[in-house]
Design a protein around this ligand. Structure first.
Ligand SMILES: *Cc1c(COP(=O)(O)O)cnc(C)c1O
Length: 428
């Protein structure tokens, strides 16, 4: 065997190990999910090998007869699922969709308003992310830590003072809906476009849960398609544009603004996910939220400082937990990984050091996807307690985690529920 083939085998071998690990783990990263078998199959099709710049019917390349049909169908499914006038499945990630919006609707030097990073905003909407690339200044909304949401009265006042060119809502630690309806009169008075970054909660919104931004005053939603919407790593833009001019700008913001090849294989997989979500999305979203509340309750009863007990801990898939007294977010998430529980450390609103956050963030969307219900959340909470509070040897907890995962090997809420979740396509 050649040396280079050995290197290739090394890489595919590591991926086999990764699959085996995740097949025996409790995955709780709030921004991840596992794709359905049929959608996964799209990722290894010839769509992966092609280009289709432009819009269906008006391409710069030939060879797109079937790509066009697929793209038009996906736009139709997305419009139906999100009840919007325009759906663009070309952004190759949530961040790319966000940069497209900034390109479409702002000019360098403009001031926009966004949630603060420490209050759960995403880096793509921070000064040292895409907002900075576009040469914008952002002002952060005042925050109400008790309710983990914007401080509505103070935000109204701030919006009237700043009069932003664009107002962004939506976060990565997103426990409760953004107060769009409450802020709507103020935003209408200012007259700026209202943009909702729904990356985390897109699957909940599609199912009619959490909130309905396009009916609450937002003109557009961007999002990742792989968080609570359990699809491929990709992005999407959904809009009810104010007028033709806004629509034209949004389209050109995405292409040629921020895409060339729009990853046709991932787009096709997204189409399958949208169809599956139209069929199974409501049941899936309901169970995600029930599981998140159940996990919050179980951890709270074990003595963890779970955010927002007075609100039932969360209205989404996400929980925020202050673990400072147990060693901090870095230490706890590392110990959890040692026991096959995958989570991330997270900044809490009062944290000042980005590298040593006091919190962890947990999501229930992937556990729900592999079939877990409320009663299993109690068991998950107990595993976390053994690690974080009892300081049990992670190797011992890991054995029990592996045993627990034996009942959850298949993806649910999709068309084929008899194919293992972590299946690889093999060249035989
Ligand atoms: C995850 C996320 C994004 C973008 O994520 P991608 O990895 O680029 O798809 C954007 N905004 C928010 C709020 C997010 O949580």
């Amino acid at each position: 065997m050649s040396d280079w083939k050995k290197e290739a085998d090394y890489i595919s071998g590591m991926i086999d190990r990764h699959h085996e690990w995740f097949d025996n783990s409790i995955p709780m990263i709030a921004s991840e999910n596992v794709i359905s078998p049929l959608a996964r199959e799209m990722l290894v099709t010839d769509f992966h090998d092609r280009y289709a710049e432009g819009e269906p019917g008006e391409r710069y390349y030939h060879g797109n007869i079937y790509v066009d049909k697929v793209e038009l169908k996906i736009m139709e499914l997305a419009r139906k699922l999100f009840k919007c006038e325009y759906a663009d499945p070309r952004p190759i990630s949530g961040t790319v969709a966000n940069i497209g919006i900034l390109k479409a609707l702002t000019k360098p030097g403009d001031v926009i308003t966004t949630p603060a990073l420490s209050d759960g905003a995403h880096i793509s909407t921070a000064k040292f992310g895409a907002v900075g690339i576009r040469g914008l200044t952002n002002q952060n909304y005042p925050f109400d830590v008790e309710n983990m949401n914007l401080d509505i009265d103070a935000t109204k006042k701030m919006l009237l003072e700043v009069r932003p060119k664009l107002a962004l809502f939506g976060r990565s630690v997103f426990l409760v809906p953004a107060p769009l309806e409450e802020l709507r009169p103020t935003l209408e008075e200012i007259g700026c476009p209202v943009w909702y970054d729904g990356a985390h909660v897109l699957g909940l919104i599609a199912a009619g849960r959490f909130q309905d931004p396009l009916r609450e005053g937002a003109h557009m939603i961007t999002g990742s398609t792989h968080k609570t919407l359990p699809g491929p790593q990709h992005g999407i833009l959904l809009a009810n544009p104010r007028d033709e001019k806004m629509l034209r700008r949004l389209k050109s913001g995405i292409f040629p603004g921020v895409t060339s090849n729009h990853h046709l294989h991932a787009m096709a997989a997204l189409g399958i996910t949208l169809a599956e979500h139209l069929e199974f999305g409501e049941d899936y979203a309901d169970q995600i939220i029930r599981n998140a509340k159940a996990l919050g309750q179980a951890m709270y009863e074990l003595g963890f400082k779970v955010f927002c007990p007075h609100l039932g801990f969360t209205e989404s898939h996400t929980l925020a937990i202050d673990v400072a007294e147990h060693g901090g977010g870095e230490m706890i998430s590392q110990l959890m990984e040692d026991a096959n529980m995958i989570a991330n450390k997270n900044l809490l609103p009062w944290d000042t050091k980005p590298k040593s956050p006091s919190g962890i963030r947990l999501g229930t969307q992937e556990l729900t996807r592999i079939g877990m219900k409320e009663s299993h959340m109690t068991e998950v909470a107990e595993f976390i307690k053994r690690i974080a509070m009892d300081k049990e040897d992670p190797a011992k907890v890991k054995e029990d985690v592996c045993e627990f995962r034996k009942d959850f090997k298949f993806v649910q809420y999709c068309f084929n529920t008899d194919i293992p979740a972590y299946k690889r396509h093999r060249i035989v």
